[in-house]
Design a protein around this ligand. Structure first.
Ligand code: XMP
Length: 319
């Protein structure tokens, strides 16, 4: 097991593959993929240890980025992973109906994830273990001695009655170390350089109730922002960026008429391990252009603001 010294990725992979093989024996392992770096690195590591006895489940909760489900599923298949894509947006939106409290929202999303994955896991004969890609700050923040800061939903994963063993090879690594291990496993720098994305997805960036309509607005605004960051060569200089849909309507004028439209906040931060974060000083002209594009192209958005708050005190996600 990794002991906290400077990571040697090759050695880590060799040790992890051996440990996973020993732990799992001849069992089948179920892994919930999120589309992110952590669960993908975990999947490739476990795949290296036990091959097709790893069954991955990738759930579309309706809270992913624009076109994310199709793109990511394709990527998983190209990596040779044994993966099943499950479209379950309706179940998530039903669970989120009327939910506005951030923690209740996380719990509703987390519980639905567990239900959907458990339904799928029960269909897999011989499944006895589950693997998960939680990394160290998530585990630490979810179990702080000052109580739960945010109940990161992906710490956990299947209901107790399934009585599965737990495979967590990245448990003691920081994010940059997870990326080093991913590179050692042959994952592309384009993929490894993707910004972290929370398990509850746009659910924690859509303040107040998450309806399909509000998530659609957020997906469109977010895609304009992220595409612009990539086009301008800014994406790789940033730890994490995204759009947030605020729970207020603001006054505007469109076609000579007064209107009340949604407000979108943009956030872009740098960090090492997500425990602290500083705001990126994005060029003003860039922000103005993104604002113009969003209000022109996204129906229902009339105002865009840029979040200049560091963590602490402001957490990276607004909820
Ligand atoms: P905060 O908002 O706590 O975020 O500053 C720190 C890092 O954790 C991510 N995050 C989450 N990831 N489930 C996740 O899988 C969650 O509920 C969750 N909440 C925050 C966040 O995107 C950032 O990278």
């Amino acid at each position: 097991m990794y002991n906290g010294e400077k990571l040697n990725p090759e050695q880590f992979v060799r040790d992890a593959v051996k440990e996973i093989s020993e732990q799992v024996g001849s069992d089948t392992v179920v892994l919930g993929l999120s589309g992110g770096v952590d669960s993908t690195v975990t999947a490739v590591l476990v795949d290296k240890a036990i091959g097709k006895r790893l069954v991955c489940i990738f759930v579309d909760h309706g809270l992913l980025r624009k076109n994310e489900f199709e793109d990511v599923l394709e990527h998983y298949k190209s990596l040779g992973l044994n993966v099943k894509g499950v479209r379950a947006a309706d179940r998530f939106f039903a669970a989120l109906k009327g939910v506005t409290d951030p923690e209740l929202k996380r719990k509703a999303i987390g519980k639905t994830f567990i239900d959907v994955r458990a339904d799928e896991a029960r269909k897999i004969s011989g499944a006895r273990c589950r693997a998960q890609g939680a990394f160290w700050p998530e585990i630490a923040e979810s179990h702080s001695d000052k109580g739960v800061i945010k109940s990161h939903h992906n710490v956990g994963g299947l209901p107790d009655d399934l009585d599965f063993g737990l495979v967590e090879p990245l448990k003691y690594l920081y994010k940059y170390e997870v990326r080093q291990v991913g590179a050692c496993l042959g994952l592309s720098s384009h993929f490894l350089g993707r910004h972290p994305f929370p398990g509850p997805g746009l659910g924690v960036r859509c303040l107040e109730e998450c309806t399909p309509e509000r998530i659609h607005i957020l997906q469109e605004a977010d895609a304009i922002f992220i595409d612009a960051l990539r086009r301008e060569g800014l994406y790789d200089k940033i730890w994490q960026a995204g759009a947030i849909l605020l729970p207020v309507l603001s006054t505007g004028i469109k076609d000579g008429r007064r209107c009340f439209d949604n407000v979108v906040a943009l956030r872009a931060v740098n960090s090492v391990d997500a425990v602290t974060a500083e705001v990126i000083d994005l060029p003003f002209e860039f922000l103005q252009k993104v604002c113009k594009d969003i209000v022109a192209q996204v129906e229902g958005v009339g105002r865009v603001v840029y979040d200049i708050s560091p963590k602490p005190p402001a957490t990276i996600e607004w909820e």
